[in-house]
Design a protein around this ligand. Sequence first.
Ligand SMILES: [Zn+2]
Length: 260
Amino acid sequence: MNRKRPAILTVCTLIAVLTFAGCYRPVSYPELADTDVYPTIVRAARYHVVGTSVEGRPIMCLVLGQGSDVALIMATIHGNEPAGTPLVRRLATHLRQHPEILDGRKVVLLRLANPDGLAHKSRYNTRGVDLNRNFEAANRLNSKQSGLTALSEPESRAIRQVIVQYRPDRIVTIHQPLACIDYDGPAQELAEHMGQYCALPVKKLGARPGSLGSYAGVTLGIPIITFEMLGSDSQLDSEVLWQKYGRALIAAILYPDPVQ
Ligand SMILES: [Zn+2]
């Protein structure tokens, strides 16, 4: 008689029960593949599934460092603004190669906030909602396109959950194509600091109803940058994007310290 069989059955049953209960999610994520290269840093790196899109795609978050100063950097809340995603992936590589940046700091990376939108090359999520109008801000307007209620969409709830969980000291959300560094909340100095490290001008565009900027910047008082790159940046590979914008992102992480 095979004595291993009951043990295997027990493990399979346990996984089935946990999966059904939503406690166990098998994770496959490209960035996991290169973790062997940087074992020291990876010990301090944590991947999380922070939510699931309407079509069932995981929304992933990578946390690097364990310090008390927290920067959240995210991209592609609008699915037709794809360039931020490879830029944030390249930023993760840089942080692994330069662990000194993480001294006293924690960096939370959410490189693809709207995976369904990216898959369909759409600004909106699958239900036609602009996620960047779906937050619980004082200036929110309920509508089909902004969501009939605040946080009606799983993707915006995932972003909010990251903010509640990590309580970032500042947030950078990467967009296209308005070619400027916009800000909400007490973030003018941070915007000007980042502006020293890239060619984008600082420009106050004004708070959009129910936007992440209105929610995080105005409602919660967290300095938040809307980092608007160019439309043509979608054609660039991650190395060229990094040359154009990498130092500005590092500046946001190191703020108020200068980039060496
Ligand atoms: Zn956008």
